[in-house]
Every structure is written in structure tokens, then in C-alpha cells.
Design a protein around this ligand. Structure first.
Ligand SMILES: [Zn+2]
Ligand SMILES: [Zn+2]
Length: 246
């Protein structure tokens, strides 16, 4: 059965659609288009413009989709493949393929604590403990997959998608504070600024961005080299995100 492709027309102000996609990068003199690390027909992989840590990446849809709950099956599979690839890149760059995958899935404009209504997955190396922060705040999770996110999206409920320790869970996202990921990661590092506006463009933040580009480029080169040499590339790290697709 053909799946309907669902996307919204981007508002003229969408900062993850052209022509504004790299506006923030330009504002603080960081590379824009040239910082895109990898791409395929559906997605761009790029560093977050105000990274929470070295290695903070965004997987951004090339066309304007509201959230992963709006993806058809093919887009979802493609996104899960990217998740596995990022894990492989982290392993090459930082010695461990452990990662946090996080999405603010807005069912409506600015819902789910998202600051941008354009589908994007955050990736951070390691396991900062975001699920524990959510559950500690009463936002209990249930196993997540394509079908669960679609149902939430179609019934107008915002969600938070978290994958940590290879387990994906979806949490209620209606009414959570904006920039929730930033806040939750910072909850483990009290006293540090977490709003992106507070760090964006500062030397430390720009340094993280450039170190991320450098580390990921090296990892991509190593990945390419291994592929040429007949080695495997990032397979084996199968995210649970694809397990419960129906
Ligand atoms: Zn957009
Ligand atoms: Zn975000």
C-alpha cells in the first residue's frame, strides 16, 4: 500500500528550510552549507549551531516535515539508518557508539518543547540521562516506534522521543517547557547556561561546533576507508526505533 507523504508547506520563516537554513551560522560566522557532514535524498546531517557537547548533531529533513510522526514508512526507515550510522561515527570519533537520540515532536506549532517546527533529530554522544529526567518529572515513557509516533501526531498530541541505551521511548510532550532537551541535559550540569541564546555565538560554543565538524569529518573518512577495504560500516547498532514499526 502506498503511504501518503505528509509534509506541511514551510512558513517563510522556517530556519531549517532554504533560504534561511544557515542563517544562524552566518550570523556568527560559522560555516553553513559547507558544515553539512553527509546527506541522502531525505536528510542532512549537520552540527547543531549551539552544541550542548562536542558531537552534538542534527538530522534534518531536506523537505519541510513537521516531525518524525509525519514520516511515511520509507522516510522512517531512512531516519533509522541514519541513527545507526551516527552511532558508528561516534564509535570511530569518541570510542563508543552510545548515543542519545532526541526529538521534540510538535503536534502543533511550538508544541512538544520544540523551538523549530521542522522535523529534526538531535544526537549526542554518550548517555546523559534524559529519560531519567523525564520520568523524574512524571513524564512516563512507553516503547516507541514509527506507528506510535504516527498515532500521536495524527491525534494531535505532541511527543518527546528519547533513545538511550538502545531503547526508544515516547513521552507526553504537550505543555513541556521550550528547549526541553537543552534543559534536561543541563539538569545534570547545574549552573551551566542551557538556553541556546545564551551560548550561541560565544567562543566556547563555536569551538565545540568546529571540533564536532573536525571529529565527524575524520570519522566519515575512516568510514569510507573501511568500506573500501571491505570492512563493515556501522552495522549491528540497530536502534529499537525500527523494531515496533507495523
Ligand atoms: Zn522547514
Ligand atoms: Zn530541537
Amino acid at each position: 500500500m502506498a503511504e501518503p507523504s505528509i509534509w506541511n508547506e514551510p512558513g517563510p520563516e522556517c530556519v531549517l528550510c532554504p533560504p534561511l537554513r544557515f542563517r544562524f551560522n552566518e550570523m556568527v560566522d560559522l560555516p553553513g552549507e559547507s558544515s553539512v557532514l553527509a546527506r541522502d535524498t531525505g536528510f542532512l546531517l549537520m552540527p547543531d549551531v549551539a552544541p550542548l557537547a562536542v558531537g552534538h548533531l542534527l538530522l534534518v529533513t531536506r523537505r519541510h516535515h513537521q516531525c518524525a510522526g509525519a514520516f511515511g514508512y520509507r522516510m522512517w526507515e531512512q531516519a533509522c539508518h541514519w541513527r545507526d550510522r551516527v552511532s558508528g561515527l561516534y564509535e570511530r570519533a569518541y570510542g563508543s557508539g552510545e548515543l542519545l537520540l532526541f526529538e521534540h515532536g510538535p503536534a502543533d506549532s511550538q508544541g512538544g518543547g520544540a523551538c523549530i517546527d521542522h522535523a529534526h533529530w538531535h544526537f549526542l554522544p554518550g548517555t546523559p540521562g534524559v529519560r531519567a529526567v523525564l520520568e523524574g518529572g512524571g513524564l512516563t515513557g512507553t516503547p516507541a516506534g514509527h506507528a506510535t509516533l504516527r498515532t500521536r501526531f495524527r491525534t494531535g498530541r505532541s511527543y518527546l522521543l528519547v533513545e538511550e541505551e538502545g531503547r526508544a521511548t515516547v513521552h507526553p510532550g504537550d505543555g513541556v517547557r521550550s528547549q526541553f532537551l537543552r534543559w534536561a541535559v543541563a539538569a545534570a550540569r547545574p549552573g551551566e547556561p542551557w538556553r541556546w541564546q545564551e551560548t550561541f555565538g560565544l567562543p566556547e560554543s563555536k569551538h565545540r561546533f568546529l571540533r564536532t565538524v573536525q571529529g565527524m569529518r575524520r570519522a566519515i573518512d575512516a568510514e569510507r576507508f573501511a568500506a573500501h577495504a571491505g570492512g563493515s560500516t556501522a552495522d549491528g547498532a540497530i536502534g529499537q526505533c525500527r523494531d515496533s514499526h507495523q
